[in-house]
Write a protein that binds this ligand. Structure first.
Ligand code: DX5
Ligand code: ZN
Length: 220
C-alpha cells in the first residue's frame, strides 16, 4: 500500500495548527516540509517551515519528511536536524560534483536521518544510478520544484517506471517517492509506475474531507 506524505506548503499560517490536527486524524503517514532558500528556487519558505516544524514537534509524532530545495545544503541540514526528521532529501542539482553529494548524504545519515536524493523533471534518471546504494529514498519530482498547485508533468511517470525497474533488476533496497501535482485523479498512475510514498499538497489540502481523501488515495 502506498504511503501519503502531505505537503504543508500551501497551508496558510493562520490555519496551520488546525490543519496539522486534521491531517493527523486523517492518518497522513508523513508531513512533507518544502524548504526553499530563494536561491535554488525563487521562493523562500525557510522561516515559514521552521515555524511549522516548531508546531509539528509540539503537536504530533507523525514523522517529518524534509525536502530541501536549497543551495547551501549543510547549513539547512543543521537547521532542520533539531526537529528529528525521519527523512531529509537533497537535490542532485544542488551540488557541482558527486563527492560533495556523497558527503552531504553521509552527513544526513550521521545525524540519524534517512537520506534521500531528489531529481528535477529534466534531469536524466541514469545520472543517479551510481548513488542509489548510498541513499534510503529517491524522490522523483513530477513538477518543477518551486511552488505547489502545478500540473503533473506526464513524462516524469516514465522516469518512475524506469527507476522502479532498475531497482528491482539490481536488487537495491530503496524507497521511491514522487512529488508534485498529485491528486485523486492521477494517483493510480503513480502507483502503477511504482511509487511507494506519494507527496500531495493541494491534492489533499484543497479537499473538504482530508480523512476521506487520504483513505481513498491509499485504496488499491
Ligand atoms: C514543489 C514541492 C511539492 C509541492 C506539493 O516544489 O516540492 O512538495 O509543493 O504540492 P502540490 O501537491 O500542490 O503540487
Ligand atoms: Zn516537496
Amino acid at each position: 500500500m502506498v504511503e501519503i506524505s502531505t505537503s504543508l506548503l500551501s497551508v496558510e499560517k493562520d490555519k496551520i495548527i488546525k490543519t496539522i490536527y486534521n491531517l493527523e486524524t486523517a492518518k497522513t503517514d508523513y508531513f512533507h516540509i518544502d524548504v526553499m532558500d530563494g536561491i535554488f528556487v525563487e521562493s523562500n519558505t525557510t522561516e515559514k517551515m521552521i515555524e511549522y516544524c516548531d508546531y509539528l514537534n509540539s503537536i504530533t509524532n507523525i514523522p517529518l519528511d524534509i525536502h530541501l530545495m536549497v543551495k547551501d545544503i549543510k547549513k539547512y541540514i543543521d537547521m532542520f536536524v533539531p526537529y528529528n526528521p525521519n527523512i531529509i532529501t537533497i537535490h542532485y542539482e544542488s551540488v557541482t560534483n558527486k563527492d560533495e553529494l556523497l558527503d552531504m548524504l553521509d552527513y544526513i545519515k550521521l545525524n540519524n536521518c534517512k537520506a534521500g536524493i531528489a531529481i528535477k523533471p529534466d534531469t536524466d534518471i541514469n545520472k543517479i544510478y551510481d548513488i542509489l546504494k548510498n541513499v534510503h529514498l529517491v524522490l522523483i519530482m513530477t513538477v518543477e520544484p518551486g511552488k505547489s498547485g502545478q500540473k503533473l508533468i506526464d513524462k516524469t511517470l516514465e522516469k518512475i517506471k524506469e527507476i522502479s525497474k532498475y531497482i528491482k533488476n539490481n536488487n537495491i533496497d530503496i524507497t521511491i517517492e514522487a512529488d508534485g501535482g498529485i491528486n485523486m485523479q492521477n494517483i493510480e498512475l503513480l502507483k502503477e509506475a511504482g511509487t511507494e510514498i506519494v507527496v500531495s499538497g493541494t491534492g489533499i489540502i484543497n479537499t473538504n474531507d482530508y480523512k476521506e481523501t487520504i483513505k481513498n488515495m491509499k485504496l488499491n
